[in-house]
Design a binder for this molecule. Structure first.
Ligand code: ARG
Length: 467
């Protein structure tokens, strides 16, 4: 608990004018956000430089004061970056820590920086800038992950594996096709990221406490200087809005869900029972008691991080849902959720990119599994429709009988003698064996988006062009 600055009871130097004494130790502890919002230092300083520059340009502060402020802020930036800055919990948050230091460095001119702004628009700005950068980083990381999948898909465009529904063998597919399913998912995640960047690309600074300001500020100038498309249009909404953070968390939760499904598949595929993939030593661990084991810990942790990200999304939605307009201090709790989710998402994407690139694919095991479980039964039914003119429902029934027979004999469909098949339906000829192999099954599915290697290669080319 309160472990620093508890001895001092003087009122807050930034806002304590009307306060006779300082906060109770518990008040200080519950109120302070510096422990986590110090992460926003670079954004805070950038925002203040843009604001001070605009104030001078508009004649609200003098050029001389602006120069002192900008110089002081740059000094603080290098102090923090080099670890030579003492953060104080008494000063609550990053905004007041920076401003107090500025006062020490440049004297009374520092007091002019906070003209025409409030911590409400200041924190909205800092946090938006941070989330924007994080989204840009996420976009890049997803591009790297997609590239890893495209490489594996290209390598395995023809490698046959079982496709599952209900985790029961359904129809043969290619591993390349399966990889491309993830490319689609992560591609959608990336476009959600791009939309989110577009949504948040409005500058909050200048909304002040909630009502705007009487000073002749130029919000378009600060918006431009800070790389935003334009300023926000409603000052009340601006200081109340955390949609950008919630959107980030929603996107992270959806991407996390995709990563977690992949993690689950890797956990299953890497069991000795499946043996479809072998994780590299770099992305697995051993057991301290069972020497034979190679555990998919990284995949399991990706699966678990998803739970954390979901928790953050629900936490922030819940923090925000009952708040009257405009700013309430509840909103200070937004940052830890986003910081934690961002860290989890970055780690999960990086771990998955590494795992996908490094793992060894056992194509022989995949192919053997693809052939078991009567996975070409649909191909037999389709053959009966095509070659013997049966309605699909009848073909389905005939095929069901063939499967039952093969099951009773303990063999595959392709191993049933022609006489057995003809006893079930007289129009079956030996040409049927051409479609009962897994390769023929896969190659036949040339419909757009289907699993045929030719189609998978077309989809790979499409994504290569847009990655
Ligand atoms: N540390 C605060 C936060 O993160 C900054 C804004 C404080 N504003 C206020 N009116 N007390 O939300």
């Amino acid at each position: 608990m309160a472990d620093d600055n508890t001895d001092t009871k003087s009122s807050n130097q930034m806002w304590g004018g009307r306060f006779a004494s300082g906060p109770d130790a518990i008040m200080e502890e519950i109120n302070a956000s510096i422990g986590f919002d110090k992460k926003l230092f670079a954004q805070d300083i950038r925002g203040s430089i843009a604001h001070a520059t605009m104030l001078a340009h508009q004649g609200i502060i003098s050029a001389d004061d602006k120069d002192k402020i900008v110089h002081g802020l740059n000094t603080i930036l290098s102090e923090i970056e080099s670890g030579n800055f003492e953060f104080s919990r008494q000063l609550e948050d990053i905004h007041m820590n920076v401003e107090a230091r500025l006062a020490t460095l440049i004297g009374p001119a520092a007091g002019r920086l906070h003209t025409a702004r409030s911590r409400n628009d200041q924190v909205a700005l800092d946090f938006r800038l941070w989330v924007k950068e994080e989204l840009e980083k996420t976009e890049q990381m997803l591009t790297g992950l997609i590239a890893a999948f495209l490489d594996r898909a290209e390598e395995h465009a023809e490698s046959v594996m079982p496709g599952f529904t209900h985790l029961q063998t359904a129809q043969p597919v290619t591993f390349g096709h399966h990889c491309m399913a993830y490319v689609e998912m992560f591609g959608r995640d990336r476009s959600r990221v791009r939309h989110a960047i577009e949504h948040l690309d409005e500058s909050p600074i200048g909304a002040a406490a909630l009502a705007g300001t009487g000073y002749p500020i130029d919000r378009h100038m600060t918006a431009k200087a800070l790389g935003f498309r334009e300023p926000t249009r409603n000052s009340i909404d601006t200081v109340s809005d955390r949609d950008f953070a919630i959107e980030f968390l929603s996107i992270a939760a959806i991407a996390g869900m995709h990563l977690s499904r992949l993690a689950e598949e890797i956990v299953i595929w890497s069991t000795p029972q499946f043996g479809f993939v072998r994780l590299s030593d770099a992305f697995s661990t051993g057991s301290s008691i069972m020497p034979q084991k190679k555990n998919p810990d990284a995949a399991e942790l990706v699966r678990a991080k998803t739970g954390r990200i979901n928790g953050s999304l629900v936490a922030l939605l819940t923090i925000m849902k009952g708040l009257p307009l405009a700013y309430s201090k509840d909103m200070q709790e937004d940052k830890e959720q986003v910081f934690d989710a961002a860290e989890s998402l970055e780690l999960a994407i990086a771990a998955m990119t590494g795992m996908m690139r490094d793992m060894t694919v056992n194509t022989a095991r995949m192919k053997a599994a693809a052939g078991s479980g009567y996975s070409t039964a649909t191909d037999l039914a389709d053959w009966l429709v095509r070659e013997a003119g049966l309605p699909f429902r009848d073909a389905h029934h005939v095929t069901g009988r063939a499967v039952a027979l093969a099951e009773s004999k303990g063999c595959d469909l392709a191993e049933l003698p022609l006489s057995d098949l003809q006893a079930i339906h007289p129009d079956i000829t030996d040409k049927v064996y051409d479609v009962l192999t897994v390769e023929a099954s896969v190659a036949s599915r040339k419909s757009f988006g289907g699993t045929a290697p030719s189609e998978v290669c077309r989809q790979i080319a499409f994504w290569r062009a847009r990655n």
